[in-house]
Ligand binder design. Structure first.
Ligand code: XMP
Length: 502
């Protein structure tokens, strides 16, 4: 296996997952570990992740143990700086912090075998290697970073992120490390993952029962299906209408899923909206929604005998971005199914998809032969429209956003590249603006249209939607939705923005 040492990067799991895409097993190990567990494992190589810290601010001597294992090591960003410092080079804060795309030129090296000489790479760092360690050789540069990659013995360091999609040939670089440098073996598969999860859940739950929070999206459906395969009738699906769903969503989920599992539909609209009333802060909204969800599940669990477990469709991006991952990642957003959990949980949590990304989950859905309507469904956040209404959530603003979003969805179905779009949705801003309709002055809300492409939700770019489409959507929203007199189009990538506005 290839071990990925997590120094708190937002992209750590992405690295592990790129290795799994090579069908080589990969596991994440915290940088706080003493790495002794790696000694007897069949470790073929090690990847050091990036991280938010600076190597000159911490005692890095303990990491010598990683190199003592004697297998090839690839350091990414912080990981490269760490090795540079350990091997006797110098790392300093760079004069200009570098975020986004840069052009890399590499010199011939096994790590860049079959990779074009000049490629676009994704940078995200504040520190740089300014002096090479003795015995190290520079193997790539960019316009602003003369040491963009180096090799020293069987260590390879990259200042950029090969794991993110926006780095051209990033997968190829990782593949070169895994196969040409580490001689990794292809033993990992979706099939094996599902079988192992079913066996694990069976063993964990035994004769007890589990409930599964069903949102109607692919994550909870796949998690629920895996759990149902393990537990049969002892898995109970619970769908909560939290009052911040999209138009007609409850009816659609009910109609589609009750044939797949034993589904209970709970109407909790009033309860959620009461708790959300007058709350403006995004993190507070997320926490409230997560908390209420769990309380409802707990109450539901009490009504059925022997329910001791809660199955959730949490994916890895939810875990990382809530700062509750394996390493010291920064909290970006508390995802309702992780950060919102109250401390005193009465149910034990099962998260079969905790280590996976969306497209891996889609592969599993295909493997489980779920209907294509689920496989193709776009992600929808747990806190629903509450995080797409910036500021206060109330029934009238919900009505406005639902209508605008419905129009956008109707129009989007006709887009030629609809299937390739990761998410397309409307956002209601807490902003009024002056308009003129039928010779009358209006002072109404602004609606933003967001459309992004991504393959895992970790990084994303905005979709260049056709002007004719934007024009139609804008006209229809302003004409048909009372309370909106202006439509804007969000043209920000992630990073620096996130996909959802809150
Ligand atoms: P952000 O906004 O963090 O979103 O760039 C990344 C992806 O995650 C979805 N998202 C969520 N999913 N619970 C979820 O299950 C949540 O609390 C949540 N917040 C965001 C978002 O729609 C995007 O696909």
């Amino acid at each position: 296996m290839i071990a990925v040492i997590d120094f708190g990067s937002q992209y750590t799991q992405l690295i592990a997952r790129r290795v799994r895409e090579c069908k080589v097993y990969s596991e994440i190990v915290s940088c706080l570990d003493d790495f002794s567990s790696l000694v007897d494992r069949n470790v073929e190589g090690i990847i050091l992740s990036g991280g938010p810290g600076s190597v000159y601010n911490v005692n890095i001597k303990a990491y010598r143990r990683i190199f003592a294992l004697g297998v090839p090591v690839l350091g990414i960003c912080y990981g490269m700086q760490l090795a540079a410092q350990l091997f006797g080079g110098k790392v300093k804060k760079s004069r200009t912090r570098e975020y986004g795309l840069a052009f890399l030129t590499h010199y011939s090296n096994p790590l860049f075998k079959r990779i074009p000489r000049r490629i676009r790479v994704w940078m995200s760092h504040g520190d740089v290697v300014t002096e090479m360690p003795p015995n190290g050789k520079v193997i790539a540069r960019t316009e602003t970073t003369p040491i963009a990659a180096f090799q020293s013995g069987n260590f390879y360091g990259l200042q950029f992120h090969p794991e993110v999609r926006h780095t051209q040939h990033g997968k190829g670089i990782i593949r070169n490390f895994v196969f040409d440098i580490c001689h990794g073996r292809r033993t990992w598969s979706v099939h094996r993952f599902v079988d192992e999860e079913i066996a694990r859940i069976k063993k964990m739950v035994g004769r007890d029962r589990a409930i599964c929070g069903i949102s109607g999206g692919i994550d909870s459906t796949v998690a629920g299906t895996i759990a149902a395969r393990a537990l049969g009738r002892n898995l109970i699906g619970v769908f909560v209408d939290n009052g911040v769903l999209r138009m007609d969503e409850r009816e659609e989920v009910d109609a589609n899923l009750s044939s797949i599992m034993n589904l209970r539909v709970i109407d909790a609209r009033q309860r959620f909206l009461k708790r959300l009333a007058r709350v403006k802060d995004a993190e507070k909204k997320r926490k409230i929604i997560g908390h209420e969800f769990i309380k409802i599940f707990e109450a539901e669990a009490k009504r059925v005998r022997n329910v001791k477990f809660l199955v959730q469709g949490t994916l890895y991006p939810d875990v990382v971005e809530s700062g509750s991952g394996i390493g010291p990642a920064d909290v970006i957003k508390s995802h309702h199914n992780v950060g919102g959990l109250p401390k005193r949980m009465k149910l034990k949590i099962i998260e079969p998809l905790r280590m996976l990304f969306k497209d891996e989950v889609r592969d599993i859905a295909r493997h489980l032969k779920l209907p294509s309507s689920f496989i193709e469904r776009k992600p929808f956040p747990g806190p629903g429209l509450a995080v797409r209404i910036v500021g206060v959530v109330n029934p009238s603003r919900l009505r406005t956003l639902r209508q605008a979003d419905r129009i956008l969805q109707e129009e989007a179905q006709g887009l030629r590249n609809y299937r390739e779009i990761w998410q397309i949705f409307a956002v209601l801003l807490p902003l009024g603006s002056v308009g003129v309709m039928g010779d009358k002055r209006t002072y109404d809300s602004v609606c933003a249209v967001r459309a992004v492409c991504s393959d895992d939700g970790m990084t994303a770019d905005w979709v260049r939607l056709p002007h004719g489409f934007l024009d139609r959507v804008s006209r229809r929203i302003v004409n048909e939705v009372k309370g909106i007199n202006r439509v804007v189009f969000d043209i920000t990538s992630k990073p620096p923005a996130t996909i959802e506005w809150e």
